[in-house]
Design a protein around this ligand. Structure first.
Ligand code: PGA
Length: 256
């Protein structure tokens, strides 16, 4: 039971897993499973950079599955060794990009300012940013989770025009729940996501995804909450049958 008129999105974040051949093998196994997945959910696969082109090619003609990158540069082009720009991504058929994932923030020093510049670059180039926010365990225990994630959200979207804000997707990922198997209680996640949805104008219809140890057996509990419109799924998105089953579970009993 998601908010009325809010798109439902489930994205698989493969992180630094799968070669191009392995990614294509996933797609080949996943495509025949699509008819079993209700059309009420938008599906996004986010392979590593080196597999994006092969996955986009394999998915040509299969509009139900979108491809996303896991990060990108805020620059259009230039002397930025090792970086990948938004035009390079759209050129090969990428439609989404995860921005501000906590692993980027914590391990690669991405700041709120970087995330904001990347959001602008994504929107300017017609990519849909999936903007991730989340608190650490210490912040949660100190009772500052809401303040932390709403500050990250405002910083990422600062100054965007309302029609630009309407084009983004947000993801709430409590850092302590990522890859740990220790998932956040669905009611607690919903409460934080309500704080996110109401922290700025224009987020009423923006899909907000929950991420952090989402699995087949807990996804429906999240999806039923009023402020949860989908999932950003890491480990449980790596296997085609498992991910298809998770997508079916996400839709079970929801209004189409
Ligand atoms: P996880 O990762 O599902 O493996 O916890 C989620 C994410 O980091 O996006």
């Amino acid at each position: 039971m998601t908010g009325v008129g809010v798109r439902r999105v489930v994205a698989g974040n493969w992180k630094m897993h799968k070669t191009a051949d392995e990614a294509v093998a996933f797609v080949d196994a996943f495509l025949p499973l699509l008819p079993s997945i209700p059309e009420s959910v938008d599906i996004v696969l986010c392979p590593p950079f080196t597999a994006l082109d092969a996955v986009c090619r394999r998915l040509r003609g299969h509009d139900r599955v979108n491809v996303g990158a896991q990060t990108m540069s805020w620059a259009q082009n230039g002397a930025f060794t090792g970086e990948i720009s938004a035009p390079m991504l759209t050129d090969i058929g990428v439609r989404y990009v995860i921005l501000g994932h906590s692993e980027r923030r914590q391990l690669f020093n991405e700041t709120d300012g970087d995330v904001r510049r990347k959001v602008v670059a994504a929107l300017t180039n017609g990519l849909t940013p999936i903007v991730a926010v989340g608190e650490t365990l210490a912040e949660r225990e100190a009772g500052t989770a809401d303040d932390c994630v709403t500050a990250q959200t405002r910083a990422a979207l600062d100054g965007l025009a309302p029609d630009a804000t309407a084009k983004i997707v947000l993801a709430y990922e409590p850092i302590w729940a990522i890859g740990t198997g220790r998932n956040c209680d669905a009611g607690d996640a919903d409460a934080v996501m309500h704080a996110i949805r109401t922290c700025m104008r224009g987020l009423e219809r923006v899909p907000i995804l929950y991420g952090g140890s989402v699995k087949i057996d807990n996804v429906f509990d999240y999806m039923q909450r009023p402020n949860i419109d989908g999932g950003l799924v890491g480990g449980a998105s790596l296997d085609p049958e498992g991910f298809a089953a998770l997508l079916r579970a996400a839709c079970e009993g929801t209004r189409v």
